[in-house]
Design a protein around this ligand. Structure first.
Ligand SMILES: [Zn+2]
Length: 111
């Protein structure tokens, strides 16, 4: 008999773990990029389409999108703790199209 307390505890996927999940797409073909963890432990986003040569660093792209969102809707970010920036980004962004490099971003804002 297996007690539920003996079952492995799966890691909780928090907004921080992949704050752009479902929002980030390949600019070339439009397919979604999926969050993943690289062998060395870093987080990344990667598409299955093959348009990009490799995964894009999650911390970098999330920071670039958050900075862009803060420029786009500065009033919303006033006094927001750093840990909650990802929540506001998700509310502000409708879609992100990522091109060949991490800074080749095209952001569609929610209206
Ligand atoms: Zn693609």
């Amino acid at each position: 008999m297996i007690l539920t307390s003996q079952l492995p505890i799966w890691p909780v996927i928090t907004a921080k773990a992949a704050s752009l999940r479902g929002l980030i797409f390949c600019a070339a073909c439009g397919l979604p990029l999926h969050p993943m963890r690289l062998p060395e432990g870093r987080r990344a986003y990667r598409g299955v389409c093959g348009c990009r040569l490799g995964p894009v660093d999650a911390d970098t792209v999330e920071r670039l999108v958050a900075d862009a969102a803060e420029r786009e809707v500065p009033a919303v970010f006033g006094g927001v703790p750093a840990g909650q920036r990802a929540v506001i980004v998700r509310r502000s962004v409708a879609a992100i199209r990522l091109g060949g490099t991490v800074d080749d971003l095209s952001i569609v804002w929610r209206t």
